[in-house]
Design a protein around this ligand. Structure first.
Ligand SMILES: [Zn+2]
Length: 249
């Protein structure tokens, strides 16, 4: 059976002398795997499209098991992301997170759109930290581990929270702060942003600039939350952290 999908390459694995297995997150079918024969040879007609981050249309044949790629047309190669080591490392983390938190053939056009839009903004030079945090917050729902961001997780008060509890998976108000002595204290600004990041339609994101301290606060809360609930240890995340330390120098 022949399939045609629009998708983004989120992982490539060398296979044998000259082939690659592509993991594609597609609009139509969610995550799929296809064999791209000869893709490791530079002159092969499939090689340009058989690379990480490529957004394209992919035609493949599948009877059972892994499909075989017949044709691939590039829509966008995200050149700026590809040519900048920092942005490439952010994008690598985004696609690895997507790969690890999704099942094959679980259709999610919303997630495809989110992935595409995030790479597009990264390519355009929108603040990569902001994009990463938004992506992380939104992926919590995909992973089925969304924290309580609408109210206090303990008493359901909807006043502005003052902390985020990893243990109780959500916001704490000032009266319930004592319920978790390891809770992350949050500025009002960071609390609002966490909630906003969950609900915002990424298409409507304007230029957003955050103070370094705010970025750090959000990053630490989300890193701790992922450590506790996602069970993931991502190579790309460790690399990204090394890159960030280099960038600070
Ligand atoms: Zn409370």
């Amino acid at each position: 059976m022949i399939h045609k999908v629009e998708g983004i390459v989120i992982r490539t694995t060398d296979y044998g002398e000259s082939n690659k297995i592509l993991t594609i997150f597609s609009r139509e079918l969610g995550k799929i795997g296809v064999m791209s024969r000869g893709a490791k040879k530079p002159k092969n007609r499939l090689s340009a499209a058989s690379q990480l981050f490529i957004h394209g249309t992919f035609v493949y044949q599948q009877s059972h098991g892994l499909g075989t790629l017949n044709q691939a047309d590039i829509v966008d190669s995200f050149r700026e992301v590809r040519s900048d080591l920092f942005r490439a490392s952010y994008a690598t983390y985004i696609v690895e997170l997507t790969d690890k938190l999704t099942e094959e053939r679980s259709r999610n056009p919303y997630l495809f759109e989110l992935l595409y839009q995030t790479l597009y903004y990264l390519n355009e030079g929108i603040d990569s930290d902001v994009l990463l945090r938004i992506y992380e917050v939104k992926m919590l729902a995909v992973a089925g581990i969304k924290p309580e961001l609408d109210q206090c997780v303990s008493c359901s008060s909807t006043e502005l929270p003052v902390a985020f509890s990893i243990r109780h998976a959500g916001f704490l108000c000032h009266r319930c702060l004592h319920r978790d002595n390891k809770g992350f204290k949050l500025s009002a600004h960071s609390a609002r942003l966490l909630r906003l990041f969950f609900y915002i339609d990424l298409h409507r994101l304007g230029q957003i600039s955050l103070k370094k301290e705010t970025k750090q606060e959000l990053k630490e809360v989300l890193a701790a939350y992922y450590d506790e609930y996602s069970g993931l240890r991502l190579k790309s995340k460790r690399f990204l952290e090394q890159m960030e330390r280099m960038g600070d120098l």
